[in-house]
Design a protein around this ligand. Sequence first.
Ligand code: FAD
Length: 390
Amino acid sequence: MNYFPLSDDQQEWKERTTEIAEREVGPRAAGYDERREFPQESLNALRDAGLWSMRVPKEYGGPGLDLVTTCLIVEEISKKCPSTAMCFKMHLEAVEAVSHIPTQYQLERYVQPLLKGQVFAAAPGGEPHGSSGDDWTPVPQTVTTLPRVEGGFHLDHIRKSYVTSAGHATHYIMFCRVEGGRTEGPPELLIFKNDEVEWETIGEWNGLGMRGNCSVPMIFNGVVPEENLVGIELEDKSVPVMTKYMSPCLILTYGAAYLGIASGAFEFACIEGDKRYPSGARRLDNPINQRRMAEMSAQIEAARALLHTAAAMEDAGRTTSVLPLLQAKVLCSEAAVRVTTDLMTMFGGTAFAARLPLERYFRDARAGLVMGQANDVAYNTIGTLLFPGN
Ligand SMILES: Cc1cc2nc3c(=O)[nH]c(=O)nc-3n(C[C@H](O)[C@H](O)[C@H](O)COP(=O)(O)OP(=O)(O)OC[C@H]3O[C@@H](n4cnc5c(N)ncnc54)[C@H](O)[C@@H]3O)c2cc1C
């Protein structure tokens, strides 16, 4: 269902992606999860469909797809394989700013290769709390300030805690501060290719869910030229590049990825629940299950309606803050957790014994509460935006 009115173009992209996701992405999802394997083949299928560069504006030779279409596409992929959708969504957010405000050098060096399917990016952001390891300590998360040295900015053993697509990405768009740059607010974005600095990945990714993501810590060493700073030639420096050119895509695609977990699990349940027991009855004949499914359907539609409304507002240049985007993100991720939790109950021991993909959706959904801006952090921001001065 899509209650939000889609244009013919948006509907076509949705259907095209559904077909790719069913054919190329869905069949590999369980294997990636089981083997904790990076979803390279599924991502390549998205590249072959031109989706890696789908946000590049027309003026630079891309299709310039809008954010509503982007949400539709990410949801369709996530319905079939949340790990693939998460790696893909991280790539989209990583290349978003440089695709919209490249310098001539960045256009030739990064955006044109992106259009040829040669750029698959990761977004190393968060760093360990405190100075050592990835242990929790009650210290706000910060990013290191990179000193200026001859040739650019010095990455001196910069450790990032979780980097989706670590070691598999061709390019990294690092969240950092730079000497002489802003000291408050969102970090700067520094782009480089994987062979332009030294890096190593730490350990193996063995998360509860999103097991295909390879979201392990990374350490970076090297010097990155100043001209690799995204937005370096912008005249108006008052609004951070991240806020204006990256955040909408970043937040909305989180929402879309988690919405896809909810809607993918729900669609599966509609088919599985319709199967008949030897008695002839169906799981969906049970009034308790019908009530559960009815509630889930309402949650999914509410989350999707807000997500598409927020995306359309952004496409139309009508948003004045991240409020609707964050509200959509928390609603979508909570829908994913709630829907998959209820479906684990509804499908009983069969689900618990992992004989159905519901258990995978259930595990993947949990990541939505703690990542992207953890929901608690997002609610803090929402509260501050609603009640400034509190
Ligand atoms: C699968 C996966 C992939 C990821 N990929 C990437 C990636 O590619 N790039 C990247 O940069 N990061 C990535 N992350 C990291 C992610 O975005 C979060 O930074 C990370 O999950 C937060 O974990 P933490 O232990 O640092 O949480 P903490 O910051 O310690 O937070 C733990 C909990 O404390 C509470 N809390 C913390 N701060 C606040 C606050 N200010 N207000 C209210 N409550 C608060 C919340 O309940 C929160 O859930 C990934 C994470 C996961 C799980």
